[in-house]
Design a protein around this ligand. Structure first.
Ligand code: SAH
Length: 420
């Protein structure tokens, strides 16, 4: 199980109040066009003048050359994305009313995701739900907020009551992205996760995904504690699993493995370099022993570097009916793109010999800097060169609770191909 640690409560009033008066901003023509088209980011080097200096979370209003309102957003004095825009075209007040409206709209869009069998989903997907730099995930009655810009810190006193009113959670947890956590504007007790409402979770936060029992670990895990974005792909894998032997590489806490087992897989091997997440994967199998398919499935965990483990498995002649490869983002910056594409190719090259003829390769990428087209070309190119061109190809992307409203918001893509 992932370890648990102590977290201090945070006083939201300890943050400075945002300035009452908005700051007027002028920008370069290219940025004017982007904002006019609804882009949510205003970069530092696009700004030509500001009517006053602005602090974190202050409202900035951008006017065009003819003094017409373009957009309004929240200021981040430390990030190259200097302001995240919430309002475009028509002026509107940025404050509790707007936040509440955005939350309600976002919830409305997700009515088909949440059910008795699926009790965890993304409530707010940042920019794509008109709340740039703010992510909110719900795990049953636990709400996890993650802030990706210091602009939201002074606004938590507005956002938290709005979330509480609309969703009535029992617990609210706050996470800071690495960048926010390292900022002097972020109090130390917020940098490593804090409790805003209710009690600190003891162990994992339980929830259901398509009827399977899972636990999220917001403070120790990745993202807000679970990869909710892969839900639809996990469910899809379950439909390809009957009787199969399945290799799940970069397994994290075994999301794909559990869906495979419940789908009737005879055997699943989960590979990850972190023993703590593999222990949680084994716990997830234990939690679902009540399901006859899960209890009949053999599950093995292998701790180690994915590239090395895959080579070793191939050398010892192991073959699988389905190979799932879902690595972390390899391209966090533009300059890493080529290296990332190279790593995706290497992984395809390692997965093919492990896939028996007629088997299925499922390979995903979560790098927003790699487009769906070039990822597809990388994977299929390697398969073709290896003399095993992928058949019945399908590509999947974001689930409905992770909507995409601007180009940089699209990061998740997954290639499904039959390996001849
Ligand atoms: N498929 C998972 C999410 C994968 S996240 C799900 O549906 O929940 C990526 C995982 O890759 C993390 O658990 C991380 O520990 C692991 N990882 C990163 N680099 C690795 C490497 N070189 N070898 C093995 N595992 C690695």
């Amino acid at each position: 199980m992932l370890s648990s640690s102590l977290h201090l409560d945070l006083d939201l009033d300890s943050f400075p109040w945002p300035a009452e008066r908005p700051v007027a901003v002028r920008v370069h023509p290219v940025a004017e066009r982007a904002l006019k088209d609804g882009h949510p980011w205003l970069f530092e080097d696009s700004i030509t003048s500001m009517s006053a200096s602005a602090g974190a979370g202050d409202v900035v209003v951008v006017f065009d050359r003819k003094n017409r309102f373009l957009a309004a957003g929240l200021h981040d004095p430390e990030n190259p994305i200097r302001a995240r825009m919430l309002v475009h075209g028509e002026p509107a007040e940025i404050g509790p009313e707007l936040f509440r409206h955005r939350i309600e709209t976002a919830l409305g869009r997700r009515s088909e995701v949440a059910s008795r069998d699926t009790t965890a989903f993304r409530v707010l997907n940042g920019e794509n739900d008109g709340m740039p730099g703010l992510v909110v995930d719900l795990y049953e009655r636990t709400l996890v907020i993650e802030v990706f810009t210091v602009a939201w810190l002074p606004r938590l006193r507005e956002i938290v009551p709005a979330l509480r009113d609309v969703l009535a959670p029992e617990r609210i947890l706050l996470l800071a992205s690495n960048r926010v956590g390292e900022s002097d504007l972020c109090p130390p007790e917020a940098a490593h996760g804090s409790v805003l409402l209710g009690t600190s979770p003891q162990g994992g936060v339980p929830f259901l995904e398509a009827g399977l029992r899972f636990e999220a670990h917001p403070f120790e895990g990745h993202k807000t504690g679970f990869y909710l974005d892969q839900r639809a792909n996990r469910c899809r894998l379950g439909r390809h699993a009957a009787g199969a032997r399945i290799l799940n590489v970069f397994s994290y806490t075994g999301g794909f493995s559990l869906h495979a087992a419940r789908g009737g897989a005879a055997e699943v091997v989960s590979v990850d370099r972190a023993e703590a997440v593999l222990a949680q994967a084994r716990r997830h199998f234990d939690l679902n022993r009540g399901d006859p398919q899960v209890s009949a499935c053999r599950h093995e965990t292998v701790e180690g570097d994915a590239f090395e483990v895959m080579s070793k498995l191939a050398r010892s002649g192991e073959r699988f009916d389905v190979v799932v490869v879902d690595p972390p983002s390899f391209a966090r910056a533009k300059r890493h793109r080529d290296k990332a594409l190279g790593a995706y190719r290497t992984l395809t090259g390692l997965a093919l010999p492990l896939t028996r003829p007629g088997g299925l390769l499922v390979q995903a990428s979560c790098s927003s800097r790699i487009g769906a087209g070039e990822f597809h070309d990388a994977v299929t190119g390697v398969a073709e060169t290896a003399g095993r061109p992928l058949q019945d190809l399908e590509q999947t992307g974001h689930p409905p609770d992770h909507p995409v409203s601007f180009p940089e918001g699209a990061y998740l893509k997954c290639v499904w191909g039959r390996v001849p």
